[in-house]
Design a protein around this ligand. Structure first.
Ligand code: GTP
Ligand code: MG
Length: 213
């Protein structure tokens, strides 16, 4: 989809997320996942970047995905579905949380890698990047992994309410440059704030377009 979705696409996104989404289960390994029977999207990113908050903001259900000030809140692949929509949303543990026990970091890293590179119905990964910082080394590693396995991904900037417009413009430009030559990256970024609700209509429209395509 192009950078400027039509009103019809925005409306399709609104309708998709007006449906009730509910928590289905948390999975600690791929064997625990539901059957690969519908379009799946996943939210990946560093610990504390705002993955769970974004899922709550998109669905309009506060507390659907558990959030926290402390990194390392989400520890499993948490599955959300709406009975009436052909969409499954996966909230992932974050990466790059150095303070977590080594064994946990290892388990999360393996789970993330296996899921992101081995799930047949995974239609798109939203790689969340903090708008204050732009992509870090471990974001670039995840992107390279997705490029290698040809899994489509799009960068979503989070917490855009935390910085000034001019600073935001600079991070957007740097991030676009960082993804320009990456084969599996969507060329457009989506800039969001779960706090203020900005960018959510565009993200909903992108997701609706994935299902319809
Ligand atoms: P892990 O599950 O630990 O990997 O973290 P996460 O990526 O799911 O982050 P989470 O949604 O739990 O949010 C982390 C913190 O960032 C919480 O304190 C949120 O309130 C805050 N936060 C998330 N999104 C935004 C946003 O758009 N703006 C602001 N100001 N704060 C946000
Ligand atoms: Mg989380």
């Amino acid at each position: 989809m192009s950078a400027a979705p039509t009103e019809a696409m925005i409306e399709a996104g609104r309708l998709l997320f007006a449906r009730p989404f509910a928590f289905v289960k948390g999975c600690v390994d791929l064997a625990g996942l539901p059957p690969a029977d519908r379009t799946e999207i996943a939210f990946a990113g560093r610990s504390n970047v705002g993955k769970s908050s974004l899922i709550n903001a998109l669905t309009g259900v506060s507390g659907l995905a558990r959030t926290s000030n402390t990194p390392g809140r989400t520890q499993e692949l948490n599955i959300f579905e709406s009975q009436s929509a052909a969409l499954r949303i996966v909230d992932m543990p974050g990466y790059g949380f150095a303070q977590a026990p080594e064994a946990k970091v290892k388990a999360w890293t393996q789970l993330i890698r296996k899921y992101l590179t081995g799930r047949q119905n995974l239609r798109r990964v939203y790689v969340l990047v903090d708008a204050r910082h732009g992509p870090k080394e471990n974001d670039l590693e995840i992107m390279s992994q997705l490029d290698r396995t040809a899994v489509s991904y799009q960068i979503v900037m989070t917490k855009s309410d935390k910085l000034l417009a001019k600073d935001l413009d600079a991070v957007i430009a740097a991030t676009k440059a960082a993804i320009a030559k990456r084969p599996a990256a969507h060329p457009d970024l989506i800039v969001t704030s779960s706090e203020k609700g900005s960018g959510l209509d565009l993200l909903r429209a992108e997701i609706a377009a994935l299902i319809e395509a």
